[in-house]
Design a protein around this ligand. Sequence first.
Ligand SMILES: C[S@@+](CC[C@H](N)C(=O)[O-])C[C@H]1O[C@@H](n2cnc3c(N)ncnc32)[C@H](O)[C@@H]1O
Length: 317
Amino acid sequence: MSQHWSEYWEQGHLTSFGTDFSSNYAGILKDIWLPIFKELRPNFEVLDIATGNGALPLLLKNYFDESNINGRVRGVDIAKIQPIKFDADNSIKIELIGEVNCESLPFSDPVDLVTSQFGIEYSNLSASLKTVANILKTGGRLSLVCHHHNSMIISRNKQVLLLIQSVTTKKLIEKLYSLADSMGQVTTKVDINRIKNDQVCEVLRNDINQLIGELYESNEAALMDSEILNYVTTFFKQGLYWSVDKKNDYLKFVQKQLSDLALRLEELVCAAIDETKLASMLKILSNERVEFVSATTLKSTDAQLLAWHFIFQKALK
Ligand SMILES: C[S@@+](CC[C@H](N)C(=O)[O-])C[C@H]1O[C@@H](n2cnc3c(N)ncnc32)[C@H](O)[C@@H]1O
C-alpha cells in the first residue's frame, strides 16, 4: 500500500493536498500547531508519525527559527519519501525516515511530543497507538489531527472517487487513445489540416467534448479536483505534435495517476475516524496509561468541518 504514496511523494509534494497547500499548511491546519509547539522546552524531542515529505516538521522548524530553543524532530513514514534538505547547522534538527511502519519503530529514544497530521489513522491503530504510548515520556503529549468521517475533505474526496471511477471517465480515456491513433503522426500544418478534416477524428473530438460535458454536469467541483481537465488540455496542447507512441505513453501515465489517486482516496475514506473508532482509540491509549485531554473539531473560515484534533497525555504516575 505504500507504493502509491511513494510515487506521490516522489513528485515533490509537501503535503497530501497536492497543489492546495503547495508551500505548506496554512490557516487552521497550521495555527492549531502553534500552541502545541509553544509548550516545548529546550532540547525537546518530537516524533512525527506518517510524516510524508515532512510538512509538519517544517512547520515546527519555521516556528522555532527566530528563537534560541534547540531540539530534534524525527518524522517517519511507511512510504519512500523525498524530503527537502534541511540545514544541518540549524538549532532544530530534522530527521525524516522513509520505509518505517509506525506500528513498530526502529528506535526507542523517549520523546516529549508525538504529532501526526492526517497520518496515524492510516495505520493499524491498535499497534501504532501502543508503540506511540511506549515512546512518550511521562507527561509527554500526543497531538493528532485526523480525518473526520463527516468532514468536507471526506465528502469532497468521495465525490472525486466516484467521478474518476465512473464509466464516463473510462470512456473519455478510451476515446483519447482512439484519437491518438486516428491522428497518426502530426508534424506539420498540413497534418493539422488533415486531422481537422478527418471524419473519424471529428467524431472522436465531439465524443470527447460530450464526455467532458457529462463529467462537468455530474460534478463540476469534483472534475476540477480530479485534474482530468489538465490532463486533457496537455494532451491537446503540448501533446499535439507528440508521436503516437508518446501520446499513448502519456495516456498510460494519466491512467496510472488516476488509479493511484483512487487508491489514496479509498484509503482516505477508510482512515476517517468516527465516534466508534474514537472510543476504541481512547481504550487502547488508556490501557497504556495515556490519558485523554481533549477532542475538538477544526473548521475552515467558512465554518466547514475539516478534521478532528485530539490531545492525549502520558500519565504522570
Ligand atoms: C495523507 S498522508 C499525510 C502525510 C503528512 N502527514 C502530511 O500531512 O502531509 C498519509 C501518510 O501516511 C503514511 N502511512 C500510512 N500508513 C502508515 C504506517 N503504518 N506507518 C507510517 N506511515 C504510514 C502514508 O505513506 C502517507 O505518507
